[in-house]
Design a protein around this ligand. Structure first.
Ligand SMILES: Cc1cc2nc3c(=O)[nH]c(=O)nc-3n(C[C@H](O)[C@H](O)[C@H](O)COP(=O)(O)OP(=O)(O)OC[C@H]3O[C@@H](n4cnc5c(N)ncnc54)[C@H](O)[C@@H]3O)c2cc1C
Length: 601
């Protein structure tokens, strides 16, 4: 059975040393994040996820959820107890606002918990994960009354939340939504329509489920400009604010799917269900984007999560499994064979995983800090910079992070040879579970278009210019440090490729928008590679400084430097190849007519 140990040492390194969270102590919420508090959150969350959630991962996969004739859904064995324990420990409250029962701690710490939960058990973590997204939309766009009615119990975990966008005929193109919302005399709306693929849409973990639903009011524009957002509770609240009358929303079926079996993916039928408008009419998509942006970062974490858990198990296996001899001569001459860990090709896969995971963890937590700074930084200029950077990075964290997360999980399965392909070792589950993250919350193709079609050009390119300036600054300062000069120069080269690609888009995409569509995936990966390069440069800088003090765990910091160099030599050069693909434009890609794709008999 696979195991999971939360990487608490690495998290502490990023939070305390790389991000230096203590230096933000003057900002609201950060003052409570004392070193002791940070340690407690990291260690206790790690323990909870390793001991309570990870053991439920395989059983969740094998049993899956069960849909009953009356529309109810039961989650796999142990999920209810695990969820109760999650609520009692207050893990959902970490970074939620204090006025609604949260602890008001930085998002950085909330992200640590989210990473550990997704890594231990992605299917389980999605129940509270969707609740967090729904809560953030209500907090941003809900009326005061709606916030008071729903948010405290969603934060505590007593109730859960969902997001209802997708319909059978529309996923990416939400302008085509058909679900109707008819205004009623009492100020509510009657919601009718069918939503599909709704994660956590029905289950037995909470006493109420708060659905956030996109629908169209009569006469609304027939496009994405005519979508409104509604809150539709499974049980309508009574005069005391408790779940009362059953609302007209039922689960018609649950999907049989490739992975995340422990999470119910539901068809939800709305049959005159009572709902209430959230925010303004026809502004629903903007409200939903608040929820989706939070959720997209969470999905990026899922990429890291499956890469991390599969890596941990692959390392154990590679140290144990004996096949062949080291190319440089037997390592264990008394045994019949050496551990496969000695083979450079196995090491290639493990090193790729190690440097991606540590770099991605740094990027996700750095991203979480930008989310905090967007709201809490002291000056408008700092808040705007953080907002620009996290806006630019969200599709990269989601798109690049999950593309790579899947690749890594796949490679970790490869480390097991044939044993990775059979169920017993659990590796094939990690690959299956990781696959969905490339699809939901907007496919990765859509993330790439969001980055290249919207974010790059937005506000005259302000965000991407700020991004380049931030990396230039880090490179210039690293070049002054002997141990970092080589790393900085390699990052500089990769960054130059990205700047050139950006320029190419500017010069060519206007005259032929297909050029943008054809290169968007490559550009998103290039940006992911460069950004992880920045994270590795930051981590290397901390390691160089720490080693000057001859720390007890010098090996940890030395490994960081070796890994940074590995990243610089083996990941950064890909930026050049990606730029050349991008600059090949779209003609080749779009040249063949439909008939050329037909298979000849
Ligand atoms: C397990 C699971 C859980 C889910 N959970 C939820 C949930 O909780 N709530 C919810 O509302 N939805 C949920 N979804 C739906 C999910 O978000 C959609 O499947 C996804 O957005 C893609 O929509 P689609 O499946 O209709 O694909 P389509 O939109 O039909 O896309 C098909 C392909 O075309 C590409 N494509 C489409 N349009 C463009 C374009 N303009 N430019 C470039 N490429 C394009 C896509 O990238 C994709 O490769 C879930 C789906 C699954 C499978």
């Amino acid at each position: 059975m696979p195991t999971y140990t939360a990487p608490t040492r690495d998290t502490r390194f990023i939070v305390n040393e790389m991000l230096d969270l203590a230096s933000y102590g003057n900002l609201p919420g950060f003052e409570s994040a004392t070193p002791d508090m940070i340690d407690t959150v990291i260690n206790e969350a790690g323990k909870f996820c390793g001991e309570v959630l990870a053991p439920l991962n395989q059983v969740g996969d094998v049993q899956g959820c069960t849909h009953h004739e009356d529309g109810s859904v039961t989650t796999p064995e142990g999920f209810k107890e695990g969820y109760r324990s999650y609520v009692e420990s207050g893990w959902g409250t970490i970074s939620a606002p204090e006025e609604f029962g949260g602890q008001g701690l930085p998002h950085v710490l909330g992200f640590v918990v989210e990473e550990y939960m997704s890594t231990a058990n992605q299917a389980f973590a999605m129940y509270p994960g969707l609740t967090t997204g729904a809560t953030s939309a209500l907090l941003a766009k809900g009326s005061d009354e709606q916030k008071q009615m729903y948010v405290p119990k969603m934060i505590s975990g007593e109730w859960s939340g969902t997001m209802n966008l997708t319909e059978p005929h529309c996923g990416t193109d939400l302008g085509m939504i058909r679900t109707k919302a008819e205004p009623q005399a009492d100020g509510s709306y009657s919601i009718t329509g069918t939503k599909i693929f709704i994660s956590a849409g029905e289950h037995d973990l909470t006493s109420n489920i708060i659905h956030l639903v996109l629908a169209k009011t009569p006469g609304a524009p027939d496009s994405s400009k005519g979508i409104s957002l509604f809150v539709v509770p499974k049980f309508i609240l009574d005069e005391n604010g408790d779940p009362g009358e059953r609302n007209g929303v039922t689960c018609g079926s649950i999907e049989k799917k490739m992975g995340i079996h422990g999470n119910a993916t539901c068809v939800l039928n709305y049959d005159g269900a009572k709902g209430w408008l959230v925010g303004e009419e026809n502004k629903g998509l903007a409200a939903m984007f608040i929820m989706m942006n939070a959720a997209r970062l969470g999905v990026g974490l899922q990429g890291l999560a499956q890469a991390e858990v599969s890596y941990q198990n692959a390392v154990t296996y590679a140290l144990d499994r004996r096949q062949g001899r080291a190319l440089t001569g037997p390592k264990d001459p008394e045994e019949k064979a050496d551990p496969i860990f000695v083979h450079p090709d196995v090491r290639r896969m493990l090193m790729d995983a190690k440097v991606f995971n540590e770099g991605m963890r740094a990027l996700c937590l750095w991203g979480a800090l930008q989310v905090d700074l967007t709201h809490k930084a002291q000056t408008e200029e700092e808040r705007q910079l953080a907002d620009d950077l996290i806006g630019l990075m969200t599709p990269v964290i989601k798109g690049y992070g999950t593309d790579k997360g899947y690749d890594i999980a796949n490679n970790m399965q490869q480390v097991y040879g044939g044993h990775g392909y059979v169920r017993e070792w659990g590796m094939e589950q990690f690959v299956r579970d990781s696959r969905i993250a490339m699809i939901y919350e907007g496919t990765n193709g859509v993330q790439a278009m969001d980055l290249c079609g919207r974010k790059l050009a937005s506000k005259g390119g302000r965000a991407v210019q700020a991004f380049f300036a931030m990396i230039d600054e880090e490179i210039e300062s690293a070049k002054q440090v002997d141990e970092l000069k080589g790393l900085a120069e390699k990052l500089e080269k990769a960054l130059a490729e990205q700047k050139a690609a950006t320029m190419w888009f500017m010069q060519n995409a206007m005259q032929n928008p297909n050029h943008l569509g054809a290169g968007a995936h490559h550009y998103m990966h290039m940006m992911g590679i460069v950004t992880l390069g920045l994270m590795w440069l930051k981590m290397a800088r901390v390691a160089v400084e720490a080693l000057k003090g001859s720390p007890e765990d010098a090996a940890f910091y030395e490994a960081k430097l070796t890994s940074a160099n590995y990243y610089a030599e083996r990941f950064l050069p890909d930026a050049g190849a990606l730029r050349r693909k991008l600059e090949a434009g779209s003609e080749n890609m779009m040249a063949l007519g439909e008939e050329a794709f037909a298979t000849a008999a």
